[in-house]
Ligand binder design. Structure first.
Ligand SMILES: [Zn+2]
Length: 146
């Protein structure tokens, strides 16, 4: 795997970030098990909760093309220091990683050129455990008055 190539792909789409509110741009690129790279940038809405992180947009970009086995995710931003994925994105990644019981390499690079190379397992210790089924989750949200 060429990490520089993945970072370059993330940097190219950072320019396309749609961020009228924050002006804070993030680019991401995912490498799939088939060796393909899919990019994503962050997108914002005037309704803040409708915004989507670059990492999840990159994953969704891959899903649109039928790719759901992820090897690595690269993240770049306007920050001087490397920016790691947020908890929401880590949860999202975990849902794909656990399907194959595989870790995902995570690479973050800042404008300074500083790079953090870590992994999903290293960053995300929580979330629904791997053996959780959709039925378990549905039942956990069912509220019963006492
Ligand atoms: Zn995120």
């Amino acid at each position: 795997m060429n990490i520089d190539e993945l970072i370059s792909a993330a940097l190219r789409v950072l320019e396309n970030a749609s961020v009228p509110l924050s002006r804070f741009r993030v680019g991401a690129a995912v490498l799939t098990a088939n060796g393909k790279i899919f990019e994503g940038c962050n997108t914002e809405s005037l309704i803040p909760v409708l915004g989507v992180c670059a990492e999840r947009n990159a994953i969704n970009h891959a899903l649109i093309h039928g790719e759901s086995r992820f090897i690595a995710v690269a993240v770049v931003s306007d920050l001087h220091l490397p920016l790691l994925p947020c908890g929401t994105c880590l949860q999202y990644m975990q849902e794909f990683a656990r399907q194959e019981d595989r870790d995902i390499l995570i690479i973050a690079e800042g404008r300074s050129g500083d790079r953090i190379v870590t992994s999903l397992d290293e960053l995300f210790k929580g979330g629904f455990p791997p053996e959780t089924s959709v039925k378990d989750i549905q039942e956990s949200f069912r509220w019963t008055p006492e």
